[in-house]
Design a protein around this ligand. Sequence first.
Ligand SMILES: NC(=O)c1ccc[n+]([C@@H]2O[C@H](COP(=O)([O-])OP(=O)(O)OC[C@H]3O[C@@H](n4cnc5c(N)ncnc54)[C@H](O)[C@@H]3O)[C@@H](O)[C@H]2O)c1
Length: 317
Amino acid sequence: MRKVLVTGGAGYIGSSLVPLLLKKGFSVTILDDLSYGDYGIRKHLSKIDLIEGDVGDLELLKKSAIGSDSVVHLAGTSGDPSCDLDPKKCAQDNYESTKNIVKICKEFGISRLAFASSCSVYGAQDGMVDEDSKPNPLTLYARTKLDSEDDVLSLEGGCALRLSTLFGASGRTRCDLVVNLLTCHAFQNGKVMLFGGDQWRPLLDVKDAARAFFMAITLDKNKVNGVFNVGSTAQNLKVKQIAYLLGEEIEGVDINIHPVDRDARSYKVSFEKIKKNWNYESRYSIPDGIKEIKRCLKDGSIKNWKDPIYSTRGRIL
Ligand SMILES: NC(=O)c1ccc[n+]([C@@H]2O[C@H](COP(=O)([O-])OP(=O)(O)OC[C@H]3O[C@@H](n4cnc5c(N)ncnc54)[C@H](O)[C@@H]3O)[C@@H](O)[C@H]2O)c1
């Protein structure tokens, strides 16, 4: 039986990936500091090894990796606003810890490592970017992700997945990401306020992201060693287009666009490499994600979307 260590496995992506790994017959160990608790993976607890602790603790990391043949590295401080709150922790969580994981993989003979990088590394760019484009990291978060990629790629089966901005529900749904956040505002208040709205964002459902991590540790090594943008070329949208899609799913929503754009990041990304090499395509659309979040708000599976458990920055504050 294949054994995989998932760092940050109790989080948004982790709580979609873990059930998939279990379904495919993997033995799963999670190392997570449980900053949001274990509720995202609670129903799987009897089937996994859960180790509570900091991924920056080298000894604990070694203990967690014993017997694994693959690592999926998701733990870290996610997003620009969260990293800016505590830059030292961000550098430790996102960069130093990744370096340690690569070191341990080499020491333990673990050749498969899938790392959660981000399309944020592209920063602000004109035109469509792909994996050969020069990155333009505008924030500490993006810089830590980009710097980590080199370490990850030094492993024979190392794979850096530059994720789109995710949406949709998982065991631990995040309500601080653009599609989910706008849906919450629209559903609860009947209106959304955008700043600028012309920024391009590539978007992807969290379950599609989880499937990409699964592929990264199960496809042939020679197919995965490298950097891959993860998303769908057709799901590059301007933020204001997301708001218009919301208007189609939530009746009567009032869309206000403030002319000042507070976020300089804007990138339109090509996902042809992953499509061509892995035959990877997204299965869920943005309207699917909006409907799903709306359903969670309606049936109470998301109780109070403003609660810090649904937001990385909220949790840190
Ligand atoms: N969600 C997105 O849109 C997105 C996009 C691009 C990249 N990413 C990257 O994917 C990864 C996972 O993102 P997510 O959305 O699931 O985030 P998340 O915050 O929901 O999950 C991260 C998990 O890691 C844990 N964690 C955080 N710091 C830790 C530490 N020092 N030690 C141990 N555990 C720790 C948290 O408790 C949480 O369970 C992150 O590295 C993030 O930067 C996410």
